[in-house]
Ligand binder design. Structure first.
Ligand code: NAG
Length: 481
């Protein structure tokens, strides 16, 4: 994204009035004090410090610095609004568990416009509850075991079969997760149509962190146009599906089929919005996790060797072409440690934004009604008080729970409460299968030094270029199915 966009975003959104009102309210409020912290300079607040901090390789300088100075709950002013940052497990839990009573979800204008108002992320109240539980059920273990797993394995395998020499791992992983998601949502197999849709998608996602103004930001304008195209394409699919269903009662068990089968009588627009958002949710996050897992493993040879042993053992029990099944997945125990540790280190979703519905008193401070709140998961996951030697990749800590001082409750890579990520298990299975196929098909070396950055999203700068070499030359032929 264009740095000029960020500058403008902060300036445009933070109108002077807001700032002056904030200052005024600071002086008027009596009783419980606001959290300590600095609101920075007018309009821009501390946005530039935040952006600069997350552009470095150190994942948490912005929060670290302020926690040291002000304590675990502090106020700042970023992206146009005064915002309270929370950095501890108990306050994060309070936020996650009190959706709709103390806190409401709240996203910047660019994200909500691009997702569409019927997306799960922006739904509230009863409808959100119903749609969330429906979505959870579509990603449950039994659905994955009985229906999704075979397709996932097949799609991952056929993608990997085409690799040779130098590849950009992040790009390849994105292609894979897009195909997986399209299949799960509407039973589409990869082809020209899905690939052209993916190109539009990339433009939509680029718009998320731009200034929500078509006049000032070309990125945003492109994103809105792409979003319209995506929605139109999905609308066509929905309409066709309705027709098929009326004509011959054809029922598909994918996400779209399930939505058409509910008694809610959703409109085409509602369904398209919902699908757009799920596609976004599954696409970037899972592919970035795949890339980071490989990066951490490459940098930790002992972990890579142990993981390879686990997957060779599973492959050794099967014929070369055999599909993976649920038991295989369940036997990937060290893989789960690697995935948890990668989730902990990379923190693709570093935290969540909410808005206070009412005045909230927290640890001796007051969050005024209407203020933005940011609960940082990353701050917890990288805190040495909770995870020993917190900034080192150590998958073994999950084996014995030894490197964790408070296991369980404090690790929230998928959020929690009523907005727990409905795709958490699908993501885990997808990453597991991906690692299985990668480790049993290829060896690789990174071709360049590639660094992590944390803004606007967590990723590596060069999309992780690697050179792959097939382990078994004869499998070249076998793998094409
Ligand atoms: C990984 O984290 C999840 C929480 O997201 C937890 O339930 C699970 O037990 C962890 N797995 C291992 C192997 O520790």
């Amino acid at each position: 994204m264009d740095p000029a966009d960020i500058m403008f975003l902060t300036a445009a959104v933070a109108i002077t009035v807001t700032f002056l009102l904030t200052i005024a309210s600071l002086h008027l409020r009596r009783g419980v004090p606001l959290p300590p912290g600095s609101l920075g300079i007018p309009l821009i607040g501390e946005t530039l410090q935040l952006v600069a901090a997350y552009r470095t390789e150190n994942p948490e300088p912005f929060i670290d610095e302020r926690v040291k100075k002000y304590g675990p709950v502090f106020k700042t002013h970023v992206f146009g609004e005064p915002t309270v940052f929370m950095t501890e497990p108990d306050t994060n839990r309070l936020l996650l568990q009190n959706e709709g009573t103390l806190f409401d979800c709240s996203y910047p204008g660019s994200i909500s416009n691009l997702l569409g108002r019927h997306s799960l992320l922006l739904m509230k109240g009863e409808l959100h509850k119903r749609m969330h539980s429906l979505t959870m059920s579509l990603g449950s273990s039994s659905v994955i075991r009985d229906r999704l797993l075979v397709d996932m394995d097949r799609l991952i395998r056929s993608n990997l079969a085409g690799w040779s020499d130098r590849i950009l791992l992040m790009e390849e992983a994105k292609k894979i997760t897009f195909e997986l998601t399209m299949k799960q949502l509407m039973s589409f197999d990869p082809g020209e149509w899905t690939e052209s849709l993916r190109k539009e998608y990339v433009l939509v996602i680029e718009g998320f962190f731009s200034v929500p103004s078509s006049i000032f930001s070309p990125t945003y304008r492109r994103a809105i146009q792409a979003r319209t195209k995506v929605a139109e394409a999905l609308n066509l699919v929905v309409r066709q599906r309705r027709k098929d269903k009326e004509r011959d009662g054809a029922k598909k068990k994918d996400v779209l089929g399930t939505l058409l089968d509910t008694d809610d009588h959703f409109s085409d627009e509602q369904i398209a919005d919902y699908l757009v958002a799920l596609l976004v949710a599954g696409y970037e996050t899972t592919s970035t996790m795949m890339t980071f897992a490989v990066k951490y493993l490459t940098e930790t040879p002992r972990a890579l060797a142990q993981l390879k042993e686990e997957h060779d053992r599973i492959r050794g029990k099967k014929d070369h072409l055999d599909d993976l099944n649920w038991e295989d997945y369940k036997s990937m125990t060290f893989t789960q440690c690697v995935i948890n540790e990668s989730l902990r280190m990379a923190n693709i979703i570093g935290g969540v934004f909410r808005r206070a519905i009412t005045d909230i008193d927290i640890k001796g401070h007051r969050i005024p009604k209407g203020w933005r709140v940011f609960a940082s998961f990353r701050a917890v996951h990288l805190n040495p008080e909770h995870f020993e030697d917190a900034r080192t990749f150590n998958p073994w800590r999950w084996q014995s729970n030894s490197g964790m001082l408070m296991p369980g409750k404090i690790f929230t890579p998928f959020g929690g409460g009523t907005r727990l990520c409905p795709g958490y298990e699908i993501a885990r299975v997808a990453i597991s299968i991906f690692l299985h196929r990668l480790l049993t098909t290829y060896s690789w070396i990174p071709t360049e030094d590639d660094k992590s950055v944390y803004f606007p999203t967590t990723r590596t700068k060069k999309r992780y270029p690697i050179h792959v070499r097939r382990l078994d030359a004869t499998s070249d032929v076998d793998q094409k199915d």
